[in-house]
Every structure is written in structure tokens, then in C-alpha cells.
Design a binder for this molecule. Structure first.
Ligand SMILES: [Zn+2]
Length: 246
């Protein structure tokens, strides 16, 4: 995976501002991984997406992830930092004895496929969480009775849906990362989801206006094009910016 060129970062920021986080994540990975085909990206597991987003964050935005959490016990809001290298070294791996991705129970046969980048994008385009959940079920579970009649996944008994979710989690445990952190006020242990797409996008949103301000300063002063300014090395651009501001 290469780093993100400033022109690519601005392009993703401009085109993905009004899109969902899964679409933003896919756009960032696409520009950061030029050799990857659209089909490879679409079929990528969510655990692999998270691993690549963590790598992208460390390369392009630094290894520190600044987090804010609200304690559910005492209401305290507190800030803490995570280190991408520490997260990476403790990365969850699939269970050694993988459970089969199919279930036979109660006259039903259920084939499970792990959610992919494409699945997350389609689900995120739904207008609410209930529809998103149903879409994911329909894309990832294929159910029939033993006599071959199709069964809608959303009509499955809750226990079987939980079993399917558990199989998915053990096969791709990094798909939904959770972090645990003690509250500094009451010491309750908080468990929060860690959404790396949100971390990466926050960095994009912070950096894009700074890049535009640099282009504005240099273009106004020297008349250079946006493309030429963005293609300059950081060292050279900073040197010109210093001359313009002095
Ligand atoms: Zn607390």
C-alpha cells in the first residue's frame, strides 16, 4: 500500500463528502492501493478492510488515534489515545479451528458468506439500521429447508441468527473491532467499537482545508496551478509558504 498523494486526498474528500463511511473507506483504500482491482476491493473481508485502514492511518496520518468516550456508568467524557502499532500487533486472527460456514438445524440448511466491502456499502445505502441489517442478512445468508424450499433469512429463529453471527465473528474477528478502556473517574470498564473508517475520514476532513489554504496562498502569490502546487514535495511547498508569509 502506498501513501496518499495530496491530490488523491483532495479528490476523495471532494467526491465522498456526502457519502457513507463504508463508501469513503473503499475510496481511500482504492487510491492508496493502485494495483488493486475494483473486484478485489469489493470482495475484501471487513477484517482485511480494517487492517488496511489501520495501515493507511499509520502511513498517512500517523500512528496515534485520538479517541473520546462517554462513560455509561458515571457520564464522564474522557479522551485517550491508541497507538496503531500496538493495535496492529494485537490484531485478532481467525479461530484456529474454524467453524464451518454453514448450519444444519431444525430442518434448515444455512450457508453463510462473510460480509465484504461491497456488502457493507450496499447495507450503508439503506435509509435506516433495520433495513441495513435485513440487506446484510439477505446478502450473507442463503437458507433452505432440507427439501430445498427457500427461507427468507430475516424469518430465521433468533437463536439461529445468533449462531450465524457467531460463526462470522470467529471466521473474521477483526470485522468489528472493540476496545476496552477503564473510565478514569469511576473505573468502570467501557467497551467501544473502533471504527477505523471514521478515524481516517476525520483526518481527511482536517487535512483537506489545510491543503486548499496552501494552494490558495501559493496560487495567489505565484500564479501556479493547483496541480503543480500539490505535486510539489512537502519540503519545497513549506519553503515557499514561509517566503510568502514573511
Ligand atoms: Zn465512569
Amino acid at each position: 500500500m502506498s501513501s496518499l498523494a495530496d491530490s488523491d486526498l483532495l479528490h476523495v474528500w471532494e467526491t465522498m463528502r456526502r457519502q457513507t463511511l463504508p463508501r469513503r473507506a473503499a475510496a481511500l483504500l482504492a487510491v492508496a492501493t493502485p494495483g488493486m482491482t475494483n473486484a478485489q476491493l469489493a470482495g475484501m473481508s471487513l477484517g482485511e478492510r480494517e487492517r488496511r485502514l489501520l495501515d493507511l492511518h499509520a502511513r498517512c496520518f500517523g500512528a496515534r488515534l485520538s479517541c473520546v468516550a462517554d462513560c455509561v456508568e458515571c457520564g464522564e467524557t474522557f479522551e485517550f489515545e491508541l497507538d496503531a502499532r500496538t493495535l496492529s500487533s494485537g490484531w485478532p486472527t481467525p479461530a484456529e479451528v474454524a467453524q464451518p460456514l454453514s448450519i444444519e438445524a431444525q430442518d434448515l440448511h444455512i450457508d453463510i458468506s462473510l460480509p465484504t466491502v461491497a456488502d457493507s456499502i450496499v447495507a450503508s445505502d439503506e435509509h435506516d439500521a433495520a433495513h441495513a441489517y435485513r440487506t446484510l442478512l439477505q446478502r450473507c445468508l442463503v437458507c433452505t429447508t432440507q427439501s430445498g424450499d427457500p427461507v427468507a433469512p430475516e424469518a430465521l429463529p433468533p437463536a439461529l441468527l445468533q449462531e450465524a453471527a457467531a460463526r462470522m465473528e470467529s471466521a473474521d474477528p477483526a470485522a468489528e473491532l472493540l476496545i476496552s478502556m477503564p473510565c478514569p473517574a469511576c473505573e468502570a470498564v467501557l467497551t467501544e467499537p473502533l471504527d477505523l473508517a471514521a478515524f481516517c475520514w476525520a483526518e481527511v476532513e482536517a487535512r483537506a482545508p489545510r491543503l486548499l489554504a496552501e494552494v490558495h496562498a501559493l496560487a495567489s502569490h505565484y500564479g501556479w496551478s493547483e496541480a503543480d502546487i500539490l505535486a510539489m514535495s512537502r519540503v519545497r511547498r513549506d519553503a515557499y509558504l514561509e517566503m510568502v508569509s514573511s
